[in-house]
Design a protein around this ligand. Sequence first.
Ligand code: B12
Ligand code: SF4
Ligand code: SF4
Length: 277
Amino acid sequence: MGEWIQTEIKRYMAGPENSMEKWGDEPAWAEPLVGFSSGADPLYMFYKKDIGDFYILPHEFMKHKYRREYDPSQLTVISWILPQTEATKQDHRKETHFPSERWARSRIFGEQVNVKLRKHVVEILEQNGYDAVGPMISPIWKGATSEKYGFASTWSERHAAYAAGLGTFGLSDALITPKGKAMRSGSVIVDAVIPPTSRPYENHNEYCLFLMDGTCGKCIERCPIGAITEKGHNKVLCRKYVNMTRQYVPKHYGFDGYGCGFCQTGVPCESGIPKKE
Ligand code: B12
Ligand code: SF4
Ligand code: SF4
């Protein structure tokens, strides 16, 4: 079943829905990575405890949609990584203050593709007799503030991807995956048991050169507002900067959009797991 889902996600992303909505049929995303974690993985309970009580567990999302109880061990969280394309990364590396058009398009039209993919995965699973829910398209997903981590929400796509063996967190907070951290992610929960993908790491910061060895720190230099320091990522400054681009994007590219993500391009972990020098 895992293979079927993986093939279906890749097939959908190779089709016409994966679009920048400009430049002919240019895709918004490169080929996805897919991983699985169990709904009973102790990490999910850890997230609720560590991030905040508002965090919603996989079986709670299912219960809300179908109005019945689920055994967490009979659920699987399907996670995917949508890597930025070479064209987007190339354009964005050159920028230092405002998002390139491709980056801003992947934020808006690319996230619309991500939403359609969540809906598509739910739909094919339901058609095949399974219950399924996309946390980010569930009415109970919302933003929230964590006492420990500041801006957060009731479901974090990156934490699900971490549980599914798809990557570890870096100094900038972004998830570094085998296809790098220039990416967006998504997930869907299903009432089926799919063998979990193994996690080839023990530590949640294992792929970040700075957090493991004190080297690199290139994302600190890439951030135009000093939101990343040796102490980590300042989300308040970051959000301010990202919001500031809401004027630039419509004025220069002609659509309602925004974005920043300089810390995700032009850095050693942009397109893969960085190697020690
Ligand atoms: C709120 C939010 C923001 C906030 C706060 C970001 C944040 N760090 O949480 C602001 C406005 C600042 C923001 C900015 C951006 N965002 Co945003 N945002 C979200 C959103 C909606 C929710 C995130 C959330 O719930 N976080 C929960 C908190 C707890 O996460 P955290 O603080 O990072 O978690 C730390 C702890 O858990 C800690 N930790 C401590 N002990 C342990 C132990 C273990 C075992 C683990 C696993 C972790 C852990 O490590 C983590 C990282 O340091 C998600 C969508 C989603 N639902 O996931 C997108 C999301 C995080 N954003 C995304 C993107 C792309 C961006 C921007 C690049 C904007 C843009 N598009 O141009 C910037 C980049 C900021 C950055 N440096 O990463 C992507 C991230 C992709 C990636 N490569 O990692 C997401 C996942 C959207 C998506 N669908 O892909 N965002
Ligand atoms: S650029 Fe370097 S310091 Fe920053 S997250 Fe990537 S590996 Fe870590
Ligand atoms: S998204 Fe932009 S403002 Fe936020 S940390 Fe990255 S480079 Fe800095």
